[in-house]
Every structure is written in C-alpha cells, then in structure tokens.
Write a protein that binds this ligand. Structure first.
Ligand SMILES: Nc1nc2c(ncn2[C@@H]2O[C@H](COP(=O)(O)OP(=O)(O)O)[C@@H](O)[C@H]2O)c(=O)[nH]1
Ligand SMILES: [Mg+2]
Length: 215
C-alpha cells in the first residue's frame, strides 16, 4: 500500500472538528485519536491492531509525525490505507488537516480510522480533531504519575491503555499510585493492561475495541 503524505495545514481560525465529525458520521466511520508520550507504544499497538483485526474490520490509519515517515513505514506492511501528516515540528494534529486528510480516503468503505497523534501528553489533548473518541496510552517505563500530571487526557479518554507490563519488574512503577490517581480523575474509564512485546492482555483490548466501534 502506498503511503500518501501531506503537510499539516494550519489555519488557526478554522476549527473543522464539527465538520470532520459529520463526515465520519455520515459514512459510519469511527475515528480513534491515539494520544501518548513518545515511545509509549502507539505504533506498536497499531501494528497488532492491523495484524489481528485487519481481516475483520476495514481499517485506515492517519500517522501524525513531526518529521519522519518511520511510523508510517512500520504500518505499511499491513496493507491498510495510510496517510502521513508531517507537522514540521508542530506538537499536535489539528482538525483542519484531518478534514483535508479525509478527502484522501474512501470513507464509505471504512469502519475504523486510527489517528496516531504526535507523541506528547499536552497539546494533542487540547485539540479536538473531530474524533469519535480519544485513547490514552501510557507505559510502565514512563512513571506512574502521568494521570496526576496530565489529567485532561485521562478525564476525556474513552479508555486508557497501560502498555509494557512485561517491563514493570525493572521499574519503580507503583501500580496502586497509578490506579488511585487515575480513579480520582476518572473513576469509570476502562483500563487495559497489556504488553505489545509479549501479547499479554491484547485479546481483552481487541474485544473491547470491536465492541466499542460497533463491529
Ligand atoms: N518491552 C516492551 N517494549 C515495547 C512494548 N511496546 C512497545 N515497545 C517498544 O517501545 C518502543 C516505542 O514503541 P512505539 O510503538 O514506537 O511507541 P510510540 O512512540 O508511542 O509510537 C519501541 O522500541 C517498541 O518496540 C512493550 O509492551 N514492551
Ligand atoms: Mg509512533
């Protein structure tokens, strides 16, 4: 599958989130905005999702990347439509770029559009892309304090993934601090603990994903 590439088209005066949402709705496409720190495992999750669900649902991916096409290249082998938005240093994607990006897809032949946002927990949380929901991804190697420090994302996310459970024994990640902070911010959000390395916990997450996207 060819990787289409575009530059982020920043137009601060035009918030297109509403239009994106309408377009997705009229084509019955669920858009998932994946947000995490750099390296938490968004692309690794997408690799598993494309591999495991690619023959069950019609998937497309928008990769937001500051400069390279490395993540898009990792997804390319799964034969799903993919578009790369280079932000040229920008720290998040925006709804105007997503609106333009949607024109590159055959929306009526898609079920779920994954957006890998630029890796950081601050800016992407503040910009509505018109997504159906946000998915927060954290990992055991980045410390247990992320919900306390970046509450907005954890308040808004439809689900939280705690990745790299295989490494927890080598870290000082305090699971009970993590969980109590998360529950203080959002006491109902589903939490999926998994490892993209070993595959542990991925099955539960995939089941939830299928159900949540109506598939
Ligand atoms: N040990 C371990 N490594 C992981 C896991 N998930 C991802 N990684 C590694 O962590 C690094 C960053 O992952 P990546 O998916 O690129 O993160 P992204 O920046 O959020 O897209 C890569 O070297 C992955 O191979 C995991 O569950 N366990
Ligand atoms: Mg990535």
């Amino acid at each position: 599958m060819e990787i289409k590439v575009m530059k982020r088209v920043l137009d601060r005066n035009r918030d297109m989130a509403g239009r994106v949402r309408e377009r997705l709705k009229s084509s019955n496409v669920v858009m998932i905005n994946m947000i995490s720190s750099p390296g938490a495992g968004k692309t690794s999750m997408l690799e598993h999702i494309c591999h495991q669900l690619g023959n069950k649902i019609r998937i497309a991916v928008i990769e937001g990347d500051v400069a390279t096409d490395r993540d898009a290249q990792r997804i390319k082998k799964y034969d799903v439509p993919i578009l790369l938005i280079n932000t040229d240093g920008g720290c998040h994607l925006d709804s105007n770029s997503i609106d333009i990006a949607l024109g590159e897809f055959d929306l009526d032949n898609l079920d779920v559009m994954f957006v890998e946002n630029v890796g950081n927990l601050v800016c992407p949380s503040h910009f509505d892309l018109g997504e159906t929901f946000k998915l927060a991804v954290v990992s055991t190697t980045e410390g247990d304090d992320k919900p306390v420090k970046y509450p907005m994302l954890f308040r808004e996310a439809r689900a939280v993934v705690l990745n790299k459970t295989d490494l927890v024994q080598y870290t000082n990640f305090d699971y009970s601090s993590f969980l109590s902070a998360l529950r203080e911010i959002n006491n109902s959000v589903p939490l999926f603990e998994l490892s993209c390395r070993t595959g542990e916990g991925l099955g539960n997450f995939m089941e939830w994903l299928l159900e949540e996207t109506g598939n």
